[in-house]
Structure formats: structure tokens, C-alpha cells
Design a protein around this ligand. Structure first.
Ligand SMILES: Nc1ncnc2c1ncn2[C@@H]1O[C@H](COP(=O)(O)OP(=O)(O)OP(=O)(O)O)[C@@H](O)[C@H]1O
Ligand SMILES: [Mg+2]
Length: 146
């Protein structure tokens, strides 16, 4: 039933919990697993609002993005490695909802797995904007883990 699973992680505890569930499903269904981390460029804060005061060193920015994604990938990948589940890591840049939905379509996945909340974690809402957006726009089943 689930031959290909897309596990999405921002490195939050909720995403790690979702990865644990994704690993169980992947093992159960012998599914291929894609581990996706999306860097959202709009989280880079510019001192004067929407443009950098000084030109940003793009090499430095790339290294920063690379480090963040590698760290998330490493910590989330550990969940799959501990469960003995093979996975392919995938790093993208863009708006997380758009990217997750696009990758799911492009890769023809059968299931997207996310945490209910992420790094922001405002407790008054049940779902974060990424889990909510993916649930609304995905073409395939979505599992949101609480
Ligand atoms: N940048 C990302 N890359 C990959 N997966 C992500 C990303 N951001 C969120 N997710 C996935 O979506 C889940 C829910 O995170 P979400 O961002 O919706 O919640 P939040 O951070 O608490 O709220 P918000 O970002 O709306 O303020 C995470 O547990 C993770 O599985
Ligand atoms: Mg978030």
C-alpha cells in the first residue's frame, strides 16, 4: 500500500516523533523512504526589513544553509538508522509547504509524514502552518503525528 514515504523534518521534537512513526510504517511495508528538509529563505532576517543592509556573502549563506540542513538530516536520519530503515536524504530550498507538495508529486510518494508542530510550537494551535498547508494541498495521504 505504501511503497514510497516522504518524511519531512525541521529537526523539531515533533518531526522526530513523526520520523519514528514513519520508520515503523516503512519497515512494515518495505517502503522506500525519502527524508526531506526544506530551508525557507524567508527565515533569513534582514536588518532593514526586506533587503540586507550590507551585501550578504552568498558563499557564507550557502554554508549556513548546508550546516542547518546537515544537522537536521543527521538527527532525523538517526531515527531511521536506529530502526534499520534505509532512506534517501533530500535537501531543498523554498517555501516548505510548496516544496513538500511538489516533491511528493514529483517523486510519486504514497504517504507524507509530518509532525503536528515544528520549531515554532505555538501551543494554542493544533497544527503548524506547514502541517496544515500540506494537509490542504497534498495529492496523496498525509499522516500528521502528534
Ligand atoms: N522546513 C521544513 N522542512 C521539512 N519539514 C518541515 C519543515 N517545517 C516543518 N516541517 C514539518 O512540518 C511539521 C509541522 O511544522 P510546522 O512548521 O507546521 O509547525 P510550527 O513550526 O510549530 O508552526 P509555524 O512554522 O507555522 O509557526 C514538522 O514537525 C515537520 O514534520
Ligand atoms: Mg515551522
Amino acid at each position: 500500500m505504501f511503497r514510497k514515504i516522504l518524511a519531512c523534518s525541521d529537526g523539531s521534537e515533533s518531526a522526530l516523533q513523526a520520523a519514528r512513526v514513519a520508520a515503523v510504517i516503512a519497515r512494515e511495508f518495505h517502503a522506500c523512504t525519502l527524508l526531506l528538509t526544506v530551508f525557507n529563505p524567508s527565515t533569513v532576517i534582514y536588518a532593514n526589513g526586506d533587503a540586507p543592509i550590507a551585501p550578504i556573502d552568498s558563499a557564507l549563506l550557502s554554508r549556513y544553509i548546508e550546516e542547518i540542513q546537515r544537522d537536521i538530516e543527521e538527527r532525523t536520519g538517526e531515527v531511521f538508522r536506529a530502526a534499520g530503515v534505509d532512506y534517501v536524504a533530500c535537501r531543498e530550498t523554498g517555501h516548505p509547504v510548496d516544496v513538500i507538495v511538489d516533491v511528493a508529486e514529483r517523486e510519486k510518494v504514497d504517504l507524507i509524514v509530518l509532525g503536528s508542530r515544528g520549531l515554532s510550537g505555538w501551543k494554542s494551535f493544533l497544527l503548524g502552518s506547514v502541517s496544515d498547508g500540506v494537509l490542504h494541498h497534498a495529492h496523496c495521504p498525509v499522516l500528521i503525528v502528534r
